[in-house]
Ligand binder design. Structure first.
Ligand code: MN
Length: 137
């Protein structure tokens, strides 16, 4: 019998560093950049309340939500609530964050394009005030 804890598509993977992820977030790498694919793909699991810090991608990023409820927010814009099946096409160099809602686990596949050797630029953490504001909606 399948237990509710064992329904995820991909394994949870390894914990991501708190320098760039607030709370408990995990990465299961799916595909590394190679000679044909100028991107890396991975499944990212956020425990409730966990999120990225603000960051940008020099060639953009695509998120595909596979489980739970969370948010995507670009700087200066209202947050977008996300659920399983949602897709987000993130423009290049747009400051943003993504992560779980305060009360739900959240899992997405992230496809992150490279420009040269770089696919992400990390900025400052999402403050508790910024995060609480988004969770009110
Ligand atoms: Mn991102």
């Amino acid at each position: 019998m399948t237990t509710p804890q064992n329904t995820s598509i991909f394994p949870r993977g390894d914990k991501l560093p708190n320098e760039y992820f607030t709370g408990n977030a995990f990465l299961h790498p799916l595909l590394a950049r190679d000679k044909n694919n100028e991107f890396a793909a991975g499944s990212v699991t956020f425990e409730p309340g966990a999120r990225t810090v603000w960051h940008t991608h020099p060639k953009g990023q695509v998120l595909m939500v596979t489980e739970g409820e969370g948010f995507y927010q670009e700087k200066g814009k209202p947050a977008r609530a996300l659920k399983k099946g949602d897709v987000v096409n993130i423009p290049e160099n747009a400051a943003h964050w993504h992560g779980a809602s305060a009360h739900s686990r959240f899992v997405h596949i992230a496809i992150t394009n490279y420009k040269g050797g770089e696919n992400v630029v990390w900025l400052q953490p999402v403050s508790e005030a910024e995060y609480q504001e988004v969770n009110k909606q």
